[in-house]
Design a protein around this ligand. Structure first.
Ligand code: CA
Ligand code: CA
Length: 91
């Protein structure tokens, strides 16, 4: 598989609790879940291109209960997922 245009990486390291509070901060409607729209804004803020596409991919990959959003208990998986893009989360 070739390294596609969509897998641009950023270099960023966050402690886990900071990363979680960043994700929570992007829950703009306060329902405790990250929608695709909220996630897109979040990824954009990391300087990632194709944020909308990434948000869609991330939710498809991470959304365990199938409600189309990232809930509190799915954030751990999301953190693992974004590490592929160079966003490294340390304990
Ligand atoms: Ca929300
Ligand atoms: Ca979910």
């Amino acid at each position: 598989m070739s390294k596609g245009w969509c897998w641009q990486r950023v270099e960023a390291t966050f402690p886990e609790n900071q990363m979680k509070s960043i994700f929570r901060a992007f829950d703009t409607n306060g329902d405790g879940k990250l929608s695709r729209k909220e996630l897109k804004v979040c990824f954009k803020s990391f300087g990632l291109r194709f944020a909308g596409f990434r948000a869609w991919r991330a939710i498809r990959h991470v959304d365990a209960n199938g409600d189309g959003m990232i809930g509190e208990d799915e954030i751990d998986e999301l953190i693992k997922y974004v590490s592929k893009w160079g966003i490294i989360v340390t304990p």
